[in-house]
Design a protein around this ligand. Structure first.
Ligand code: PYC
Length: 310
């Protein structure tokens, strides 16, 4: 199986070029559901140790449903497919450029949650134009073990997020464990209370905000991903969810640039235009770097060929 690794603002992506499971044809949402139902061993084997690690996001390249798109892509971690993934789309743009498959300019991608656009500015810099993002609920209170009531918004940015404005724990590298523990408890509280996204969807990403460290940034975040790892980047879909909230609260005008900093200090430039259904169409710009090209080997005698799963 041929893969190309990259990182976007510190967050890793592994693009699977060939050798992945045959998911058939048709809408990407159906193919992504097949991946999650029948091929979780494949997903875990690509992204988990000993070949990967828990922060890694896989990107399975497939034929697009719409031939106008540069590619179809299904993002996944070890647990599930991700509807959309901002950092991995930036990583995929840089990877396709590295392979000589695309030139600078605008391109479209088919994803399970709809088509997204991206602009390749140069070998590393990519702007993603995400699916329409919106806030579903404002100021939802959730009871969190060991902490009490925490208030946040529920918003869609291509994945479901619970966004907490003022993190009760400082957003520093030294606090990663405490932040991970806190966000896992917030997510458990949401699950207990039956608080979900639209149509009962699991809110699998928790996003905490606090003051930025850099003078040029507007905010810093910490994002818990579905598998329990934290996002090293400012999280593209999390930025889209946040923009939907800022727009609805009248705190950011269309076209205005906002700099979102991650817990490791990497940044995205983000902005939005009004969407057609009352939400926002966000643009997330960041840099990705290819870090390796590899052939993954799956030896039937290897007891951990499908990843270490405890
Ligand atoms: O950038 O959208 C994103 C993302 C989701 C999970 C990890 N990164």
């Amino acid at each position: 199986m041929r893969v190309i690794d990259s990182h976007t603002a510190g967050e890793p992506t592994r693009v699977v070029l060939d050798g992945g499971p045959d998911l058939g044809s048709g809408p990407l949402a159906e193919r992504a559901a097949r991946l999650e139902r029948d091929h979780l061993d494949f997903c875990a084997s690509v992204v988990l140790e000993p070949r990967g690690h828990d922060a890694m996001i896989g990107a399975l390249l497939v034929a697009p449903d719409d031939p106008e798109c540069a590619a179809g892509v299904i993002y996944f971690n070890n647990l599930k497919n991700l509807g959309m993934c901002g950092h991995a789309t930036i990583g995929l743009g840089a990877t396709l450029a590295h392979l000589g498959r695309i030139a600078p300019g605008t391109h479209r991608l088919d994803t399970p949650v709809g088509q997204v656009g991206f602009e390749l500015h140069d070998a590393n810099r990519v702007s993603v134009v995400n699916v329409e993002s919106y806030r579903l609920h404002k100021d939802v209170t959730v009871e969190v073990d060991g902490l009490g009531a925490v208030m946040g918004d529920v918003a869609w940015g291509g994945n479901w997020f619970f966004l907490v404005k003022d993190s009760p724990v400082a957003l520093t590298g030294q606090n990663i464990r405490a932040l991970t523990d806190l966000t896992l408890r917030i997510r458990a509280g949401l699950d207990r209370a039956g608080i979900t996204g639209r149509n009962g969807a699991w809110i699998d990403h928790i996003e905490l905000f606090g003051p930025p460290v850099s003078d040029t940034a507007h905010s810093r975040n910490f994002v818990l991903c579905p598998g329990g790892a934290y996002d090293r980047s400012p999280c593209g879909t999390g930025c889209s969810a946040k923009l939907a909230c800022l727009a609805e609260d009248g705190l950011l005008a269309p076209g205005e640039t906002y700099i979102q900093e991650s817990v490791i200090g990497s940044t995205y430039e983000i902005s939005y235009a009004p969407g057609r259904h009352g939400g926002v169409i966000s643009t997330v710009t960041g840099q990705a770097f290819v870090t390796g090209e590899a052939n993954l080997i799956f030896n039937p005698a290897d007891p951990y060929r499908t990843g270490i799963r405890l």
